[in-house]
Ligand binder design. Structure first.
Ligand SMILES: Nc1ncnc2c1ncn2[C@@H]1O[C@H](COP(=O)(O)OP(=O)(O)OP(=O)(O)O)[C@@H](O)[C@H]1O
Ligand SMILES: [Mg+2]
Length: 409
């Protein structure tokens, strides 16, 4: 029998955290339980997930990284700490090991070196009973669903395009699966209506989070979310318009990073005014659903938005075009024509379903409860399957098809 190591990683830099995650995903006998991109929240992550091995990258801020190692060596003495750094001078390595790290790995990390270091701590610090795996069977890396948490930002190409309807219904469909833990963040700070759509009177809003940002930890946050009967958690927009100005980019950064540690899907309903907070969400998102309809204003705005977002590194490839209300009488542009104009593949289609949509909105219930058989709800169920990896993710890349030429074309 070999033991599965339960790992958590802390690296503020996406550029090095992602390759590290990929190495771990390809490694036998490890289970990646959680990730954090902030030194200051990693103790909370450790407390919540109780990993037996922590990998901490020191490059972003060696002083804070070392403080974190010292703190964890005291608070979690049975957890093995592996430090990673591109600094290779002897005094620094010695200081890191004296602070409490058991292994020092040079950046860039090599697969064999990482595997060997994990094997060494496996013998030094055995995993708690109950995590043994039969060595005869191939040990797949077990990534907890929380480790693969997705931030899905929903951006609209004009007002009233369907962002909240799509966000809320998608979120409730995702929440049906017991494996998922889904939270909805209403970033339409001034005029959001997710609370009305779900018929929830929230105890706390984004304004409370912003005002208590120094105190928030996973426990506080859990208590601040409102739970809908579908299993979805909600963090609504501020109730008072005056409080909108309290919420800044750094609040959202901290909030989304913390939500990532406890949720599989974080759905963020953006405002249509593309405020700095919306922009932060776009940058932190794993997937951006750009909602459009087959009419001129929406399609023109999609072209403009994609042009602007294309100027920001890393945004364009995350954008997935979602066509809403397809089949409505007042829309006479074809999907093919829209794709040609926007130069982006329509990734998913939600049919027009006015009766079900309007009535479910009026009673404050999501379609999965109010009209589960409606064609719109069936589309949301399928979209949820796609976004939780049960169905293949369609491409977002538009490939121009050449017009056939010849006698019979
Ligand atoms: N697929 C659909 N079929 C029929 N009606 C729809 C569909 N999607 C949305 N609607 C309707 O369109 C209206 C606007 O939807 P919604 O409020 O979700 O848009 P929004 O983009 O969030 O708007 P806002 O800009 O105000 O935030 C609602 O009345 C909703 O019922
Ligand atoms: Mg809305």
């Amino acid at each position: 029998m070999i033991e599965a190591r339960r790992l958590a990683i802390c690296d503020p830099s996406n550029a090095t955290r992602e390759p590290l995650r990929n190495l771990l995903l390809g490694m036998d006998g490890v289970s990646l339980e959680a990730e954090s991109n902030r030194y200051e929240y990693f103790s909370d992550v450790v407390e919540q997930y109780q990993p037996d091995t922590a990998i901490i990258c020191l490059d972003t801020d060696p002083t804070r990284g070392l403080q974190l190692i010292a703190q964890l060596a005291r608070s979690a003495p049975h957890m093995a700490i592996l430090a990673v750094s591109s600094r290779s001078d002897g005094p620094f390595i010695l200081q890191t090991l004296r602070t409490g790290a058991r292994e020092f790995l040079p950046q860039p990390i090599q697969f064999e070196e990482l595997q060997a270091a994990i094997d060494r701590v496996r013998t030094m610090v055995p995993s708690p009973p109950g995590t043994e795996i039969n060595a005869a069977a191939p040990v797949m890396p077990r990534v907890s669903s929380l480790a693969t948490s997705k931030i899905i930002a929903i951006a609209g190409s004009r007002g009233g395009i369907g962002c909240t309807s799509i966000g809320v219904n998608l979120a409730c469909c995702l929440a049906q699966d017991k494996e998922n833990r889904v939270v909805y963040v209403d970033l339409d700070l001034a005029l959001g209506d997710s609370d009305v759509t779900l018929d929830i009177i929230p105890s706390y809003t984004l304004a409370d989070i912003a005002m208590n940002i120094q105190e928030i930890d996973p426990k506080f946050l859990k208590g601040a979310l409102s739970r809908h009967e579908s299993g979805l958690y909600l963090l609504p927009h501020p109730m008072q318009l005056d409080d909108v100005g309290l919420i800044h980019e750094e609040h959202l950064q901290r909030l989304l990073a913390l939500l990532r540690t406890g949720h599989t899907h974080i759905i963020v309903d953006l405002s249509k005014s593309f405020r700095p907070t919306d922009f932060t969400a776009l940058q932190m998102a794993d997937i951006i659903l750009l909602v459009a309809q087959l009419e001129l204003t929406s399609i023109r705005n999609c072209v403009r938005l994609l042009q602007s977002m294309g100027n920001v590194e890393g945004l364009s490839e995350k954008i997935y075009l979602l066509m809403n209300r397809v089949g409505a009488d007042d829309q006479d542009i074809s999907i093919q024509r829209a794709e040609e104009t926007i130069s982006r593949r329509v990734f998913f289609v939600i049919p027009n379903d006015s009766k079900a949509m309007l009535s479910s909105r009026n009673v404050g219930k999501p379609l999965i409860q109010f009209a589960p058989k409606s064609k719109a709800c069936q589309a949301f169920i399928q979209l949820a399957n796609v976004l939780s990896g049960k169905e293949e993710m369609p491409s977002n890349v538009y490939v121009k098809t050449k017009k056939k030429s010849g006698w019979f074309s």
